[in-house]
Design a protein around this ligand. Structure first.
Ligand code: NAP
Length: 257
């Protein structure tokens, strides 16, 4: 295949359906020639993820629920067997119980807090640790997806904002850990996009309206725009960037009032 990612091999966690941000990333990465493996979180999703993979002529589709260490271990063993090495990893995973994405943050339950942190934040070091040995020496790149609710209060985002803050801090610590083996770690802070996960945040439509009104570009962003930035961060064109959070949000993050 041709393209600026030809010859590179990547692993994508977080494609659930065609609205998934990870799907737009997969399309951009494939278009630029990257060989890909996709994962599905549970058996319920296997068929649809296999169908999507077929559309991109991707034949490596593997299970991985990130809350199960043995599945992460097995995933990396399978990737090693099929690819031999890994150049790129996309972590596009988050989860919070629906009842935690409404009302006040102060009422967060211990269990709800733990689940959001485990799936949405702890999973990054958990997969990065096991991917690192496959990436060593290949100018590897790890990218995760975050949201501005980590640094500003977005009503109802609550426990997920706190998990995203932990995720962004993890990006910096991982960048420091993995820099010596030439693996870069970055986050894309995406503006709101209508996906299955986003639908769980109460008042999501209001958020979209406010961005269109207030962002410098006077519009919302598309998943495809995140995909293009993902391809850039996966490529050697971004070789000097690590530990960063790159905003793909129509400029919303610069606004005060
Ligand atoms: P999505 O399509 O629902 O993707 C979320 C993915 O996380 C799904 O594939 C989901 O699988 C997976 N996941 C949840 N729990 C998992 C587990 N235990 N193990 C493995 N995978 C698990 O929604 P999305 O909006 O594209 O979200 C992708 C990422 O983008 C998330 O980190 C999200 O926070 C971030 N993001 C989204 C927006 C937005 O507005 N949409 C903005 C900024 C950042 P299941 O379907 O099986 O649960």
């Amino acid at each position: 295949m041709h393209g600026f990612l030809a010859g590179k091999k990547g692993l994508i966690l977080g494609v659930a359906n065609k609205r998934s941000v990870a799907w737009a990333c997969a399309q951009a990465l494939r278009r630029e020639g990257m060989e890909l493996a996709l994962t599905y979180a549970n058996e319920r999703l296997e068929r649809s993820v296999r169908g999507l993979a077929e559309e991109l002529s991707v034949d490596t589709v593997l299970p991985c629920d990130v809350t199960k260490p043995e599945e992460i271990e097995k995933l990396m063993d399978d990737v090693r067997e099929r690819f031999g090495k890994l150049d790129f990893l996309l972590h596009a995973i988050a989860f919070a119980k629906r009842e935690e994405l409404t009302g006040t943050y102060m009422d967060v339950s211990r269990e709800g807090y733990q689940i959001a942190q485990e799936v949405s934040a702890y999973s990054l070091p958990a997969v990065a640790r096991r991917a690192a040995s496959l990436m060593e020496g290949s100018n590897g790149s790890i990218v995760t997806l975050t949201y501005i609710g980590s640094e500003r209060v977005i009503p109802n985002y609550n426990v997920m904002g706190v998990a995203k803050a932990a995720l962004e801090a993890s990006v910096r610590y991982l960048a420091h850990d993995l820099g010596p083996i030439k693996v870069r770690v970055n986050a894309i802070s995406a503006g709101p996009i209508r996906t299955l996960s986003a639908a769980g945040v109460e008042g999501f439509n209001t958020i979209l309206d406010k961005i269109a009104e207030r962002a410098p570009l006077k519009r919302n962003i598309t998943a495809e725009e995140v995909g293009e930035t993902c391809a850039f961060l996966a490529s050697d064109m971004s070789s000097g960037i690590t530990g960063s959070t790159i905003y793909v949000d129509a400029g919303y993050h610069i606004m005060g009032l």
